[in-house]
Design a binder for this molecule. Structure first.
Ligand SMILES: [Zn+2]
Length: 416
């Protein structure tokens, strides 16, 4: 058998399926499917002191993905993004080891490119030619770009709440797009389930598509390599559906299973305070998050949802198993974090800055020790949400006349 992925298994009923079967959720019970690997064989056949492979994209770790023939790989150079060490936030919090995983530098400006490069490539490889997803913007842009590159027929349902730039970017990349109107996220979940059970449509929504989040394991491998074979104490991740956090957690567990480390990070899920259903569930010790809040009441639009896919159980499991937590942050905290990130050289959208806002909150209230090493995942660029950038930056205050005296006066007042 090619590759190390040996099958798909259902979270709920444990039934297994052929890895190359074009399925979304479990045909038997509707549960989520997870890819299973032959890790003992992987450990035996791949000899390395660390994850040293070739190439400058996430595909250097392709042995950890389901097998895909080389000719079907749709890549725009995604992954292997910089891990930037903080200067200013470190100084402010008295915390030496803060890192930003800068996924704003991805081909379409967000971390979604990891998942769609893999999911579209895999769909091509198993002969699926048509599919859809729904999106708050970033996923739609990424799906659109990779579908077009791969000659795949794609429909993007984009939330009406998405910024105009995001809506336009999705169209620009070439997919068919439609604005999705809804009253709550539960309504979307029902539509997605019926799309599978009644229409047999193949979809790319996080978790309902069992392959997409496999690519998010590359966070773990890349950060492990970039920290010289170390695992951070904390990983702060903004969470919409939670595919990024779950994938990273799976990746870290694989590193451990392969004997490369005996450490695992505490996973921290970050949401807007106005729709933090995971935080509410976490505070009660529950494994299922219910409906809570209003997604329209925050600038962190990419992670604004009033309920998660299938109760958010995977994300909550990762939090509990890792000893992590779920936090909520306000728009004011997010805008402050955007300004800090700007000074660090990173233009982050509000949802990404939320991860940094949560770290600040955690250190200030004493739940995160300043001696710890923390990685904040910066999931998307500020450029797609220009209104929020203006809010964070504030209005320009200085004006200068085009003469040398005025210029000299301003230069004298410079400070950092
Ligand atoms: Zn099942």
């Amino acid at each position: 058998m090619d590759g190390y992925a040996i099958g798909l298994v259902c979270d709920k009923c444990q039934k297994d399926y052929d890895i190359r079967q074009a399925v979304n959720t479990c045909p038997s019970c509707g549960g989520l499917l997870e890819t299973v690997y032959d890790l003992p064989r992987l450990k035996k056949e791949i000899v390395f002191s660390k994850l040293q492979t070739t190439g400058n994209t996430m595909w250097r770790y392709k042995d950890f993905f389901p097998y895909i023939e080389e000719k079907n790989i749709v890549s725009l150079g995604e992954g292997c993004t910089p891990l930037v060490k903080s200067i200013y936030l470190s100084r402010e919090l008295g915390m030496e080891n803060i890192y930003f995983k800068n996924d704003t530098m991805m081909p379409t400006g967000s971390f979604k490119d990891r998942g769609f490069s893999l999911a579209i490539s895999f769909a091509k490889d198993i002969g699926v030619k048509k599919g859809f997803t729904y999106s708050s913007g970033n996923a739609g842009a990424s799906f659109s770009a990779y579908s077009s590159r791969g000659g795949f027929h794609a429909l993007v349902l984009v939330e009406y709440l998405a910024s105009d730039t995001k809506k336009a970017m999705i169209k620009l990349y070439g997919a068919q797009t439609a604005i999705l109107d809804f009253e709550n996220f539960g309504q979307i979940s029902v539509m997605l389930e019926k799309a599978v059970s009644q229409l047999g449509l193949y979809q790319f929504v996080n978790f309902i598509n069992p392959i997409r989040h496999e690519a998010m394991k590359t966070y773990a491998y890349e950060i492990f390599d970039q920290l010289g074979g170390l695992v951070p104490d904390y990983m702060f991740h903004p969470v919409g559906t939670g595919g990024g956090l779950w994938g990273a957690w799976k990746g870290y567990n694989e590193l451990k299973a392969l004997g490369l480390t005996d450490q695992l990070p505490k996973m921290v899920a970050v949401q807007p305070e106005t729709s933090c259903h995971l935080k509410k569930a976490f505070q009660k010790g529950a494994r299922v998050a219910g409906q809570y809040g209003d997604p329209a009441k925050t600038i962190a639009q990419s992670i604004a949802a009033d309920s998660p896919i299938q109760g958010g159980t995977r994300v909550l499991d990762a939090i509990y198993q890792s000893g992590g937590m779920a936090l909520g942050v306000s728009d004011q905290e997010i805008l402050t974090a955007m300004r800090i990130l700007g000074k660090e050289g990173i233009g982050a959208e509000p949802s990404s800055a939320a991860a940094v806002a949560a770290l600040i909150q955690g250190v200030k209230n004493g739940t995160v020790s300043p001696d710890a090493t923390a990685v904040c995942v910066i999931t998307g660029t500020a450029l797609k949400q220009s209104r929020a950038v203006e809010m964070a930056a504030g209005q320009p205050q200085l004006q200068v006349d085009a003469d040398i005296g005025s210029l000299a006066k301003i230069i004298d007042s410079l400070h950092i």
